[in-house]
Design a protein around this ligand. Structure first.
Ligand code: ZN
Length: 336
């Protein structure tokens, strides 16, 4: 993490953003000089952006994507000191933390690669964090531009005849003090539930609570949910969290990062991979695999309205039939 922050602010379109992408390449080359990677170039309002993808175990046809964004926010739009709001966010937790865990996971999973029955993608997104909050951001930019672009171009990065995706796990703000993940609502629930269960089994009961707060977050996993890939977002409450109040402020730096939080996140995702993909006939535990997509349960209000409408309709039909019978009877009466 220190390395990423030492590079400077990784804002889209800056040399620091390029240096950070090169830094990831050098880290993966350290693991193995032949580590396969692909660069995904795209432009947002004529600014050059780049997602960086590394692939492990390409011989396996079923792919697990582990993702994080690496851009840092251009403006600290939520800084309590108003004059700071034009300054950039260091992006310690919001950016660098997820990337740091991905690099560490790559190192560990590489050493286990021959035992794993899946292909793993380590995917670093550019241009996640430049949307508008408090009405400020880069003009015209949306959140999650990098993952949206990747979702559009995903077919260029795998062979859809021979390969398919099992799931996607996103790490966003996983390194702050007082780590407590939420039940993110766009996520595929059976996948997110399984990760929470694994976290608790490892003893991380505070971080993966049995009754966590729920919220829907616009984040990089949504492009993959839309592509029908079961996906989970590991993220915290960043909008009202006295335990970590530094979101989009100039204080999102290393001083509010906890190595324990990074380790807990990494170990939980690592265990998830082992539970599901250790190629061992004695390993019968597959959790909730294949994490089928959530079926959208209709809203309770809609159900009540439908019940009321059917009741009204039922009464109307009944009344109509009764009046019909009465009038038929009347017409049967002998006429004078
Ligand atoms: Zn952010």
């Amino acid at each position: 993490m220190q390395d990423q922050l030492d590079i400077g602010f990784r804002i889209p379109g800056t040399p620091e953003r390029v240096n950070c992408a090169n830094y990831f390449i050098s880290k993966f080359k350290e693991i193995n000089s032949n580590f396969t990677y692909a660069l995904h170039n795209f432009t947002i309002h004529s600014i050059d952006c780049q997602n960086v993808l590394f692939k492990l175990n390409e011989d396996n046809s079923n792919i697990v994507i582990l993702g994080a964004h690496y851009d840092s926010r251009a403006k600290a739009t939520k800084d309590p000191i108003i004059i700071n709001r034009n300054n950039p966010v260091p992006g310690g937790n919001d950016g660098a933390s997820g990337c740091a865990v991905l690099i560490e996971l790559a190192r560990i999973l590489y050493s286990e690669r021959v035992n794993l029955s899946c292909q793993i993608w380590f995917l670093f997104f550019d241009a996640e964090d430049q949307g508008k909050d408090n009405a400020y951001g880069i003009d015209e930019w949306d959140w999650c531009e990098g993952s949206q672009q990747f979702g559009l171009d995903i077919k260029n990065f795998y062979d859809s005849d021979t390969e398919d995706f099992d799931c996607m796990i996103l790490l966003d703000m996983v390194g702050g003090e007082n780590l407590q993940f939420i039940n993110e609502q766009y996520s595929t629930s059976s996948l997110l539930d399984e990760i929470f269960i694994i976290g608790r089994q490892l003893g991380y009961t505070n971080q993966f609570q049995s009754n966590p707060e729920s919220a829907s977050i616009i984040d990089d996993h949504r492009a993959f949910v839309s592509a029908k890939i079961p996906s989970a977002d590991l993220i915290i409450n960043f909008w009202d969290n006295p335990g970590w109040p530094y979101h989009h402020t100039t204080e999102d730096d290393l001083s509010h990062i906890s190595n324990t939080s990074l380790e807990i996140t990494g170990k939980t995702v690592e265990q998830f991979i082992y539970n599901n993909y250790i190629d061992d006939p004695n390993n019968l535990y597959r959790g909730n695999y294949p994490w089928s997509q959530d079926i959208n349960v209709p809203n309770i209000d809609v159900i009540i309205i439908v019940i009321i409408l059917f009741t009204i309709l039922g009464i109307a039909v009944l009344m109509h039939n009764t009046t019909k019978k009465i009038s038929e009877k009347e017409s049967d009466m002998p006429k004078n």
